[in-house]
Design a protein around this ligand. Sequence first.
Ligand code: GDG
Length: 464
Amino acid sequence: MSRIVVVSNRVPVPAGNAGHAGGLAVALLGLMESRGGLWFGWSGAVTERVGAPGFVQRGAVGYATLDLTEAEHGGYYTGYSNGVLWPMLHSLPHLMSFRRQDLDTYRRVNRRFADNLVPLLRRDDLIWVHDYHLMSFPAALRARGVGNPTGFFLHVPFPGPEAASVAPGIRGLVQDLLTTDLLGFQTTADRDNFAAAATGFTDARRTGDAVIEAGGREIRLGVFPAEIAAQEFAATAAAEARAEPARLLERSLGGQALLLGVDRLDPTKGLPERLDAFRRLVARRPARSLALLQIAAPSREDVAVYRRLREELDTAAGAINSEFGEPDWLPLRLLARPQPRETLAGFMRQARVGVVTPLRDGMNLVAKEYIAAQDPADPGVLVLSRFAGAAAQLGSALLVNPHDAESMAEALAQALDMPLAERQARWQVAWGAIAGASPEGWGESFLRALAPEELDRLPVAGRA
Ligand code: GDG
């Protein structure tokens, strides 16, 4: 039976320093455990000299990780991945900061990763590469003679060819991705944008909705929206709504309607725009009638844009509270610290309004978590950016344009005032879209598309 080899920038090494594995990672590990697998990528450590991969084996899954040098971290990770590709892929080109040597380092690190993976591969492994850090990795594998079935999934959006072409180097990376067998995207829009870039930037031809021909080979294109464990999250939220953190929050609200935002502190998440809309909402509602709790967990603090964003948010939050606050009430609670996952689930169930308004997002799992967390008898309302991938599945939410603060404020007011019957009807449709899905199902459908002949031998774990 084929092993599954997952390659991603970060590796969820058990009890390692890579942090707690998220839902998608847990699902992939589940699939790997039943067939045997190898997870390969960056250790998260920055060291002085490059060495051989570190290796940990846990049951049927091995974890092989490489450290980065300071220069590699600066060029590959902070520089080109997060300073050029991330802003470009989210259509925020003004946040790009390009240096030619960072692109060279990016490509060099991708090649070094390939050099180190090749000796660990077996003839019938299925290789699944994740995300924008590793766009030239599949071509580096092919250049080293690896002919195994290889798929790539992009967790973030792909913009139209004109917008994509602002990133120096992107043409070569698109070409490199055409060495895979399967390319997966969050939405049909991302898939079609990528296909337009591939046919515009290279000699490739699109020969079907889901097929590109390049270099005499067929590359399949698929749409695989990332999913959450909806049933499990719903149960956690129901239990946590009675736990201490949720009870303390409820007591502190004293009947105010709670609006909730949960995001990584990232320029794509539209946080300044959200606070602008909230300021307009607060200005026209009675004092002490509502409160926004915004959790903004810091990320990528070594990137200057992220540090400036933190300052901008602190300033905007202070301005709202000083303008509208009362001695016994502040409208905004901004927490730049991560909270436990279970606690967040309980808060989501308490919130009358889930505010998920990124400028652009591949999927946005918080939108799905908010829906899963609701009490079916008395659900809250999701206010969702139409530029999140999740909007393709959650069209019954109140969809907003995050660049239009005034209409976002109106949508928040509409959400607060929405009658129970309408809240229930909208929630039912949204729940119907996610209730049967699971991260395991997401992983399985990608692997089935990558290697259909393996279909019978894949486990059916997680089918809700
Ligand atoms: C990328 C794409 C795509 C947030 N704050 C805390 C916390 N979270 C959890 C959320 C959610 C997850 O982190 C964030 O997932 P998102 O999907 O919203 O966003 P990205 O991290 O940008 O992920 C995205 C995703 O990949 C999957 O393909 O959906 O579009 O950008 O689960 O609840 N968790 C904890 N504390 C926090 O403070 N424990």
